[in-house]
Write a protein that binds this ligand. Structure first.
Ligand SMILES: [Zn+2]
Length: 147
């Protein structure tokens, strides 16, 4: 029958029990709804997780679509090359009426150094804003709001 699993170039997609963003759901039931099926995240943390997945899968269009028009850079596919986004840890998140925040650690490796296994971390506090009923990424903050 079919005892041999097909080769999987992308381990995250074959591990169906967990989405790339770290939630314990299959990709299709998690970020796949937003990246592939046209749904839109309803809270800042879910949006942030879906953007991590988009970085990981190099989905340029989704990153632009979820970036505030005032702060979105002239992003090109080249910006997404060279980095292997491996794991996301959300530390805390909070959503107000028009602004929301997510603090997270993203684990990554420069793709040239793969094999030497030299993971690095990016820790960031992101601010999101609600525009016309949709959350979008706005900017990076230096500290958690209100502290
Ligand atoms: Zn996800």
């Amino acid at each position: 029958m079919n005892d041999t699993p097909p080769p999987s170039p992308n381990a995250s997609m074959s591990a169906a029990s967990h989405c790339c963003c770290g939630r314990a759901q299959p990709y299709d039931a998690c970020c796949g709804r937003f990246l592939d099926a046209g749904a839109y995240p309803r809270d800042p943390e879910t949006l942030m997780r879906s953007r991590f997945t988009a970085y990981r899968l190099k989905r340029l269009g989704y990153l632009i679509k979820t970036w505030h028009s005032q702060t979105c850079p002239a992003l090109t596919a080249e910006h997404l090359e060279g980095t292997d986004w491996q794991q996301l840890d959300v530390i805390r998140s909070k959503a107000g009426l028009k602004k929301g925040w997510v603090e997270f650690i993203a684990h990554y490796a420069e793709e040239q150094r793969q094999g030497q296994s030299n993971p690095e971390q990016l820790r960031e506090i992101s601010e999101f804003r609600k525009v016309k009923g949709r959350w979008v990424y706005y900017t990076e903050l230096e500290s958690w709001p209100g502290q």
